[in-house]
Structures are given as C-alpha cells and as structure tokens.
Design a protein around this ligand. Structure first.
Ligand code: PLP
Length: 370
C-alpha cells in the first residue's frame, strides 16, 4: 500500500547538521532567554527577509497577537474572514472588534475597493493577510491607511521569502508577522517573528514577550511570555541555509500542478502576480463550475490516501465561538470561495509522478460528474 500523502511535510535539515548546531548548548546550558542561537538566527533572518528589524517569538500566533498589542489599539479592525483562526483570534484576544472585508476573486486577498466603505470613526487598524504566497495590494492599502490614519499589521504567515519588486514582504505596513510553524514553508518547529522599522516597537515587543521585565528588579509592563528558545533558533539557522533550494523545489511541484490543471474547465488555479516572487507555499484550487465538486473531489482524494485540506473553510466569521456576532453573507466572495476550495499537497520532496496521480484523480472526478 502507498504511504499517505498529506497536504504538507515539514522540512528538516540533516540530523548531523542540527546536532552540530545545538552542540554548544550542552557547554553553556543556556537554553532560552535570547542566547547565542537566538541572536545568530535573528541576524540571519533579518538578512534573508531584507528588513530593518526583527523580533523572534515562540510562534506565529503570538507574533501577531503581540504586534497588535504593541500599538495599544482600541475599537474596530478591518480584516478578512478567509484565513486561519489565528488572524481573527489575535484581534479578538486584544479586545478589538474585527470588521470583515470581502476578498477579491483573483488572488483571494482583501478587496481593497471594499475597505473604505467599512471605515468608521472607531476604525483603528487594518490586518490584511498575504494568502498562499500571494500578496495583498500593499500600495492601495498604504494609501488608505495614510488617508484615515490607520495602523496596518500584515499577517504574513504564508509569505516567508516573498518579494514585491524585489522588496521583502516584511517591509510593508507598520509591522508584518511570520509563522515558522512546522507546516509552513520555513520552520523553527514552532516559531514566529515580527518585522518592522521602528526603534520604539522593538522595545515594546521585547517587553510583551518577556513579562514586561525592564531590569533585574524592575517590571514596567504587563507582558506575557512569548520567547523563542535556543533549540527553535538553532532549527531556524539550519533550515535557513536550505530555504532557497526548498522554495525552488516547491516551484517545480507547483509548476507540475499548473501543467496538469491550468485551463481545465471548472477548475481555477492560483495565478502568479506581476512583480511578485512567490514562495509557492500552497496550491489551492477552486471548483468554479455550476455543480460544486469540492467535497466529492476531497472525499475521492482521501479514499486514495491523499489528504488535502479545505484552506480556508469555514470562514472565521462562521466559527462557533463567534456565533451570532458576524454575518458571513456580508462577504459573499469569501463565502463562495470557502465552499469551493481545496489546497492540494505541496512540499519540496513531493514526487512529480505523485502530483500527476493526484491530478488524474481530480480530473477523472470532474469529468465523470460534469
Ligand atoms: C499558521 C498561521 C498563523 C499562526 O501561526 P502559528 O505559528 O501556527 O502560531 C497565523 N496566520 C496564518 C494565516 C497562518 O497560516
């Protein structure tokens, strides 16, 4: 029997490479609290992402939660419901009210034409999401933010290594947050970062992630604990050495999916964006025919030991924990896409003949039912 193929498979360095990287931790017994690995990784990362400043955190969610907290906001935050739970939760857990903007049909990011109509005197920020390795319309968002004096914090969890006109994606808005979770393009097992260009923000984020401690006998802020430890940082140092090769292999897999599925009636694939260097994080397809084949294809893939995911279904505005709070009919494009999308397996060492097999199952399904 064939092994099960999951939507993703974590990238890991050679065992010996990681062992060599963590060896000195046994000499120093310094396991966390911004040690040598933390410092080294932060430096490598700043370089790679081509950003001014970076703060490392325990995971991507805390990166977003702390980044939002750092601006001391009150009121309403405009965001999208077609995302992972983390985006909406981070807003709500900061005591803020999410206001959901619809997404656009082309790249599934926030529809910038619909943002202004949602702005009220309570609006304090926009939290857009760079989705699947695609990027938001950062220029228009910047214009709107300037006009209405709003903060912009990008959820860039999907956008590690992505550039727009050769500018690292972490340079837009007031801050951008990344996830280094095991399932992401780049991982530190668990981990995350905030990127920004603001000396004050650096201090605030430090206090937020380390109990607000300002000195050995001094605590000035009600911070939490969101520190990245030395083993995570060491994993990051190792994985960063191989990231370009990993993204290049992702691109080959991605292109193979395109060869099989581009131009097929009833199936919409992810289109490249002009001036954007993608990281090929995900391969979502949307079943856009009269009959919605999403669930049929999903079940058929599962029967063949292929486990795609419905990223992102349901919309966060439809979660049970938010019952009676939002109306997902107000974001009809997001609602429709959420009901029609599946994200196919995509990772650097996915074999191309497996990609062909996955596509064959999808195509057979669509042909038999259309
Ligand atoms: C993964 C992810 C997060 C959260 O990151 P973690 O590292 O898992 O905490 C936030 N937003 C989006 C869009 C994500 O995909």
């Amino acid at each position: 029997m064939k092994d099960q193929i999951n939507v993703t498979r974590s990238s890991m360095p050679e065992f010996e490479e990681y062992m060599a990287e963590i060896k000195e931790l046994w000499d120093t017994h310094w396991l966390t609290n911004m040690g040598v690995k933390h410092k080294k990784f932060a430096k490598c990362l700043r370089n790679y992402l081509n950003v001014e400043m970076v703060t490392l955190l325990a995971n991507g969610h805390l990166a977003l939660e702390c980044a939002i907290a750092a601006f001391d906001l009150q009121g309403e935050v405009i965001t999208t419901p077609f995302t992972f739970a983390s985006t909406t939760h981070a807003i709500v857990r900061n005591g803020l009210d999410p206001v959901f903007c619809d997404i656009n049909e082309d790249d599934y990011t926030i529809d910038v034409e619909k943002i202004e109509s949602l702005i009220t005197e309570k609006t304090c920020a926009i939290v857009p999401v760079h989705l699947y390795g695609n990027v938001c319309d950062v220029e228009t968002i910047e214009k709107i933010a300037k006009k209405y004096k709003l903060r912009v914090i990008y959820d860039a969890a999907h956008a590690f290594g992505v550039t727009v006109n050769n500018i690292g994606i972490g340079n837009f808005g007031d801050a951008s947050t990344f996830s280094f979770h095991a399932t992401k393009v780049f991982n530190t097992i668990e981990g995350g970062a905030v990127t920004y260009n603001n000396e004050q923000l650096k201090k605030t984020l430090y206090f937020l992630k380390n109990f607000g401690i300002t000195g050995p006998e001094s605590v000035e802020f009600v911070g939490g604990n969101a520190k990245m430890n030395e083993f995570q940082a060491a994993m990051g140092i190792c994985n960063l050495r191989h990231i370009d090769a990993e993204i290049a292999r992702r691109q080959i897999v991605f292109n193979r999916y395109c060869e099989n599925l581009d131009g097929i009636n009833g199936i919409k694939t992810l289109q490249p964006q002009p001036a954007v260097k993608s990281n090929y994080a995900y391969f979502p397809i949307v079943f856009c025919g009269k009959v919605n084949l999403r669930n049929v294809v999903f079940d058929e893939l599962e029967r063949n030991q292929i486990i795609p995911r419905k990223y992102f279904y349901p919309l966060t505005s439809d979660y049970k924990c938010y019952a009676n709070r939002f109306d997902s009919n107000e974001t009809p494009v997001a609602k429709n896409i959420a009901e029609r999308v599946i994200t196919l397996p995509l990772y650097p060492d996915l074999m191309l003949d497996e990609v062909d097999r996955i596509c064959k199952i999808i195509l057979n399904c669509s042909r038999n039912l259309c």
